[in-house]
Design a protein around this ligand. Sequence first.
Ligand code: MTE
Ligand code: MO
Length: 321
Amino acid sequence: MRHVEDTGFHPSDITPESVWLTRRQLLRGAALAPVALAGASSSARAATDASPTGAALPAEKSLKWSTSDTVTPWRDITTYNNFYEFGTGKGDPATYAGKMQLRPWAVQIDGAVRRPMTLDIDDLRKLAPLEERIYRLRCVEAWSMVIPWTGYSLAHLLRHVEPTEEAKYVTFTTVVQPKAMPGVAEHILDWPYLEGLRMDEAMHPLTLLTFGLYGHDLPAQDGAPVRVVIPWKYGFKSGKSLVRIHLQPTQPTTSWMRAAPREYGFYANVNPAVPHPRWSQATERRVGSGFFAARIPTLPFNGYAEEVSSLYQGMDLRRYF
Ligand SMILES: Nc1nc2c(c(=O)[nH]1)N[C@H]1C(S)=C(S)[C@@H](COP(=O)(O)O)O[C@H]1N2
Ligand SMILES: [Mo]
């Protein structure tokens, strides 16, 4: 699949991850192997709780950046996840992620910077004041949530390492812990999970380096101890459990681009105008509002057009999907 030339964009090429995976698994002639549910830790058990668990993470509430949409319940945010290192089922991350090793944890920031460094997670967290911001997250599979995230703008960290003129793109590398992650043995994607942004996207104040949700530490299944959240893009851009942030002159090839280049582009801006042949991208289902609840219209840039559309002025967003 990865040798297929990218001949440009066709609306019919956009396939939700689940459909694409089914096809890929059929091609491989194998379903995902069942994995024993041994030793699920307290963190995994906590995922079934109705209210927040884990260490409190005090933060200033941000009115400026927050949406007023009804917030998705904690239980849904922590039990309905995509984190393929733990398997492709929505419940797999909550079941298995408790085995993840979260300390010690360091994040390396390097590449086109004057001050490359490796920061311990506890120092990284203190680099800038924490804010709670309520952002939407919309998966390419057309489900969405409204989540009170805690973090600070990634721009604080990027300025701290002093990017050089060569820094045009950012690559996010996420952790691989084969013993804790049953999905890693399955070649669902090329691990580690890689994502990326253009430098101006990474510097946009909405791009959040995220340490918590609901005022508590991120549960492992939501990307502990640190992830990125880019609210105007499809959820797959939001890499979880980051270990490296690399600045570079060229556009990175992300894991999803490598897996299915005609289906997953680098930009992945939420765009209701581009339909899928079997279902529209124009609406979404809010997780937690009931499976049969009315679908709601998806907004361009996931509702953040006012803040970010200027980043793409003059670009053909059908070509750069
Ligand atoms: N490392 C890693 N990060 C990841 C993924 C993944 O499989 N592995 N899935 C992505 C996808 S497709 C989505 S929709 C969001 C889901 O985030 P949530 O489970 O916190 O809602 O995480 C993204 N980050
Ligand atoms: Mo997703």
